[in-house]
Design a protein around this ligand. Sequence first.
Ligand code: NDP
Length: 338
Amino acid sequence: MDFRYLGNSGMQISEITYGNWLTHGSQVENDIATQCVRAALESGITTFDTADVYANGRAEEVLGAALKGERRESLEIFTKVYWPVGPDPKGKNDTGLSRKHVMEGIDGSLRRLQMDHVDLYQAHRYDNFTPLEEIMQAFADVVRAGKALYIGVSEWTAEQIRAGHALAQELGIGLVSSQPQYSMLWRIIEREVVPTCRELGIGQIVWSPIAQGVLSGKYKPGQELPAGSRATDEKGGADMIKRWLADDVLTRVQELQPIAGDLGLTMAQLAVAWVLQNDNVSAALVGASRPEQVAENVKAAGVKIPDDAMKRIDEALGDVVTDDPGMVARSVPTQRAV
Ligand code: NDP
């Protein structure tokens, strides 16, 4: 495993970080999720990303239990707050980044993880209804209370990151990371977020580097979706992966196979190695539905993709690449519900 600094902080993290978004719920799923965490540790991964909302709190519980007994100082644990967690119906203050939700959110996460602090606490989305001053003050207070060591954001625009970082710096904390989607197919951070973050010393921890499995090449144009894959998992990611399952995208993706082959890589390894070529990326955040995938994908660590292969990748994918910053995740409400 190779390690990188998280932005310009002094903390090093494994450049391949394991994320446990899906694969929780039933006992069987939780057992597999635990095996994936063990496989990650065995592969040299020391950094783990989760969120309070994943599987409505179960993902944090399973991660905490799987890491029990490990030396805490040798691990970097990341979690996030924004979305509602807990029993239905959710309370009116169970969402967003109000001081109330952030302060209660960190306590819930630490309880589920069975830890006394996380290394990185992230705002899972931007909150259009809480003053940015209140948000950053709450995150700074979480740090001052020793419940998190660093703070970061996820899917914030360049402008939001700049404003948040300025306030956080006034509070003596500063943002160290941004967690956006980034892959060969989804490159929108390159135009605004990455240049801004480079200037501010903020690193990217990028999610879905394999485009949720599509860049592994297992989805073939004109063919049935493979059984047991995310695309067939209605309660998991099937909805989010749909965007990539059009025949024109899948046909282009198949053209990456010979490029990966020439480099002695599987397509999934090529996809993970590709995001790591960007020097503003602190880590590629990979998911897995079985431990063998972790063992395969981790071999992308330290791989250098030659310039001519990077060019071949761009030519192969052509116009199925999305790079318009206007496409940034707009899943948060922009109008008050009440
Ligand atoms: P990936 O792009 O790494 O997709 C992982 C999925 O791809 C696996 O679950 C598996 O699905 C498939 N896969 C992985 N490796 C292989 C392989 N070698 N061969 C074939 N199929 C493979 O990332 P995720 O979408 O899982 O996201 C990773 C992490 O990023 C999350 O766990 C979470 O921590 C974070 N995240 C953050 C978000 C945010 O808003 N901040 C949003 C989404 C994710 P299967 O076998 O089921 O087909």
